[in-house]
Design a binder for this molecule. Structure first.
Ligand SMILES: [Zn+2]
Length: 149
């Protein structure tokens, strides 16, 4: 067969799947689900609190997986974008705001949805609060979204 007789078909596949979120991710999600608490991991050497939690400090490479601290459920929107397309894999119907939120007591931003607000009214520095999902979701969507304070 000659190469000129070959062609490529563009297609999409949706593959249901499961994966283990690890002991850090599991503990993080369980605290949100069962206690409505957001936890971080803190490097005492650097004074940095990571949310989402990391088992190793990205500055000094110390293992910090046992140094859990509770952070606030409120924070500040560091930056954001407006998602303007719909896809069966997107968590909300467009348009919606995807923001980076630095929670009170955390040093690294958590990427999440900012809702209950017109995207035109969103701005960096906006104070937001976590709105937890009603039932068990068992993913990062245990926080349904953040809303303006
Ligand atoms: Zn460190």
């Amino acid at each position: 067969m000659d190469l000129k007789d070959c062609f490529v078909v563009e297609a999409k596949m949706a593959l249901p799947n499961q994966f283990f979120v690890g002991r850090i991710g599991s503990r993080w999600i369980i605290a949100m689900r069962d206690q409505k608490k957001i936890m971080g991991l803190r490097c005492e050497k650097c004074g940095v609190t990571y949310v989402p939690p990391r088992e190793q400090c990205h500055r000094c490479w110390s293992w910090i997986a046992d140094n859990w601290v509770e952070v606030g459920t409120t924070g500040e929107l560091v930056n954001y974008t407006v998602v303007r397309y719909n896809d069966k894999h997107t968590p909300k119907k467009a348009p919606y705001v995807l923001g980076q939120i630095r929670l009170a007591g955390a040093d690294t931003p958590l990427t999440h949805i900012v809702g209950d607000v017109d995207p035109a009214d969103v701005y960096p520095g906006m104070k937001v609060q976590a709105v937890f999902a009603d039932g068990p979701v068992n993913t990062l969507m245990q926080i349904d979204h953040f809303r303006p304070l």
